[in-house]
Design a protein around this ligand. Structure first.
Ligand code: RB5
Length: 160
């Protein structure tokens, strides 16, 4: 499995811990920065990870910032990305099982290193359950396709 990894300055240290953990699990890791605590803007990093995942260059992505929120909002703007903020193990597991999330975002100012590794492990080990969840995820894909094609005019089709 190939995992794309990224963080802003707030998540840089935790990102490096995660990188070590992933390598210890024998996973292929693509570290897309940042590489220091020099301030950077999280949407720039989110875009690098999100486009790699959406384009099939990585199976999953992991993004870290202060809370995980900014990275998730930014990554979810890239079509094909389903990014989930998970600062607990249960949410990380369900993000894969129910939502087929392909990007996990974490808050380095929210969780400690030990919990973060458990969250990452839960996300990587879980798999999409399909069934009724597949119908819902397909509706998310259709929503994305409609608004990409039609902008807010897509609202009218959604109401029909
Ligand atoms: C950076 O200070 C912080 O705003 C960022 O890491 C993140 O928490 C945004 O969601």
């Amino acid at each position: 499995m190939r995992v794309a990894l990224g963080a802003d300055h707030a998540g840089f240290k935790l990102k490096d811990e995660i990188k070590g953990f992933l390598a210890s699990q024998g996973l292929e890791v693509e570290d897309l920065g940042t590489h220091s605590e020099e301030p950077v803007d999280y949407p720039d990093v989110a875009e690098r990870v999100a486009t790699l995942v959406a384009g099939g260059g990585a199976d999953l992505g992991i993004l870290v910032c202060g809370t995980g929120i900014g990275q998730a909002i930014a990554a979810n703007k890239v079509p094909g990305v389903r990014a989930a903020v998970a600062n607990d193990v249960f949410t990380a597991r369900l993000a894969r099982e129910h939502n087929n999330a392909n990007v996990l975002t974490l808050g380095a100012r929210v969780v400690g290193v030990g919990l973060a590794m458990e969250i990452v492990r839960a996300f990587l080990e879980a798999s999409f359950e399909g069934g009724r969840h597949a119908r819902r995820v397909e509706k998310i894909r259709a929503l994305e396709a409609r608004y990409m094609a039609e902008g807010v005019a897509g609202r009218e089709e959604g109401r029909r």
